[in-house]
Design a protein. Structure first.
Length: 97
């Protein structure tokens, strides 16, 4: 699990992942009970990881090949896990609270 991609300030936290040939990092550890923004960055991404779905948030979109999107995640209870996957289901990531 990765801690380096999670930052907190002013009662909010941000998680940054990169979508290209999968998702990096695959597992992020976040603080529970805190409003969270997931930032997904693409850099020349043309594979199926550019199609991202997070079923628990009813989120589904196609990412531009060079972009950063922000996905709000409401505060989660301790022990919660949010999972995301690509359009084909080949690649996935999770955020553990």
């Amino acid at each position: 699990p990765n801690l380096n991609n999670v930052t907190q300030s002013n009662g909010q936290q941000k998680i940054e992942i990169i979508a290209k040939g999968g998702y990096s990092p695959k597992v992020s550890l976040a603080k529970a009970n805190m409003p969270t923004t997931l930032k997904v960055k693409t850099t020349g991404t043309f594979d199926c990881s550019s199609s991202i779905a997070i079923p628990q948030l009813n989120f589904n979109t196609i990412l531009k090949s060079n972009d950063t999107i922000e996905i709000p995640i409401p505060a989660q209870k301790p022990g919660s896990v949010i999972r995301g996957l690509c359009g084909m289901g080949m690649y996935n990531f999770e955020i553990q609270f």
